[in-house]
Design a protein around this ligand. Structure first.
Ligand code: AMP
Ligand code: ZN
Length: 112
């Protein structure tokens, strides 16, 4: 499968990792939109939030279980934003489920 984030998981495309375990990987976004901009991805190819189901939801819950720990390690004591773009209207560019963690400054109020 020709998936950029699967290649990052395999290590065939390099990334700047901030956290990794058996179920997920967190790495710095190549085009940061805030002082801290990290992507959290499951180590299983799930196309988007719209493809989450009873069989793969454990990967999603695992990511959310780890978010507080990862946010703390990134110094995000003032808070942060979690975003997952989904599908065409959501402007999802990489078709492997990912959660953006943005922070390190006071973010804009708008979301759409
Ligand atoms: P989205 O638009 O929600 O699909 O987000 C995809 C994100 O992946 C964008 O913020 C890109 O900057 C980021 N991205 C694309 N290629 C890479 C890469 N090789 N390493 C790190 N981040 C990447
Ligand atoms: Zn993938």
């Amino acid at each position: 499968m020709d998936c950029l984030f699967c290649k990052i998981i395999e290590g065939t495309i390099p990334s700047s990792k901030v956290y990794e375990d058996g179920m997920m990987l967190a790495f710095k976004d190549i085009n940061p939109q805030a002082p801290v901009h990290v992507l959290l991805i499951p180590k299983k190819h799930i196309a988007s939030a719209d493809a989450v189901d009873a069989e793969n939801v454990e990967y999603v819950s695992h990511i959310f279980l780890k978010i507080p720990e990862i946010a703390k390690s990134l110094g995000l004591s003032g808070g942060y934003r979690i975003i997952s773009n989904c599908g065409e209207d959501g402007c999802q560019s990489v078709k492997h489920l990912h959660f953006h963690i943005l922070g390190g400054k006071r973010l804009s109020e708008g979301m759409a």
